[in-house]
Design a protein around this ligand. Structure first.
Ligand SMILES: C[S@@+](CC[C@H](N)C(=O)[O-])C[C@H]1O[C@@H](n2cnc3c(N)ncnc32)[C@H](O)[C@@H]1O
Length: 232
């Protein structure tokens, strides 16, 4: 992988031990609602018996925990991430899933294997995004659902949005740096959001690579965005 991508992965290796606690504190626990709602909507749209679920950029495996809570009955859970440090935490925390080392740009799975593919707060970190979207389409079955949760770029002038942005830019890096002991990793977050795509640009990228977007909405005044798309 390219150097920029490797630097990002090394950064996640370093913050892996404190990642979960920092996440809950920094989002005041609201990320739990964003995750639950995304999964609930994806299951309503694409529910099947015994689904095969893949969580890309799984990190410490949080999304898989929420997938399992939402699914009644049997399902197969798989997580993939290039950070060995994050995967170590995931393996200790999530015993019901299988974990693999790998990049979104080159998923280590056969074609048309999965009914659902989620990527939460991971797409921003992928340096070749269009390549990754093509991989998502390849790994999903026809009518399989892609669920993206992200901090999309958002230039709305809504005062609540501006206040939230101030928190993400000014307060969050300091708090995250304090919890993790790694200030630069948490400075990376607001910078990566500024260099990222808007929700509309992500939808356009999906639609030119074999997906039909079904839901595209914001949470918490645009702090987080949810996109659900069907593989055509
Ligand atoms: C902010 S964490 C999100 C973890 C988890 N999905 C969550 O919701 O808490 C971003 C994750 O993206 C992973 N990542 C970075 N580059 C990646 C890539 N090219 N392909 C897949 N995962 C990647 C990192 O290793 C890290 O675990």
């Amino acid at each position: 992988m390219n150097e920029k991508q490797q630097t990002i992965v090394v950064m996640f290796d370093k913050i892996a031990p404190t990642y979960d606690i920092a996440n809950r504190i920094l989002s005041f626990g609201t990320d739990i609602n964003w995750r639950k709602e995304g999964i609930k909507k994806a299951l309503m749209l694409g529910g099947v018996q015994n689904p095969q679920i893949l969580d890309v950029a799984t990190g410490t495996g949080d999304m898989l925990v929420f997938w399992k809570r939402a699914i009644e009955g049997e399902a197969a859970y798989t997580g993939v991430d290039p950070s060995v440090g994050m995967l170590e935490v995931a393996k200790q925390k999530v015993s019901f899933a299988s974990f693999h080392e790998g990049y979104a740009q080159k998923l280590p799975f056969e074609d048309s294997k999965f009914d659902f593919l989620s990527i939460s707060y991971g797409f921003r970190n992928v340096t070749e995004k269009e390549e990754a979207v093509r991989e998502f389409a390849r790994a999903l079955k026809t009518n399989g659902r892609l669920l993206i949760l992200e901090f999309a770029k958002n230039e709305s002038k809504n005062p609540f949005r501006i206040a939230a942005q101030w928190y993400v830019k000014k307060v969050l890096p300091l708090l995250g740096g304090l919890i993790s002991g790694n200030l630069s990793a948490y400075r990376y977050l607001p910078n990566s959001i500024e260099g990222f795509l808007t929700r509309g640009e992500i939808v356009a990228m999906l639609e030119r690579n074999g997906f039909e977007a079904e839901i595209a909405k914001d949470f918490s005044f645009g702090v987080s965005s949810l996109i659900i798309a069907r593989k055509k």
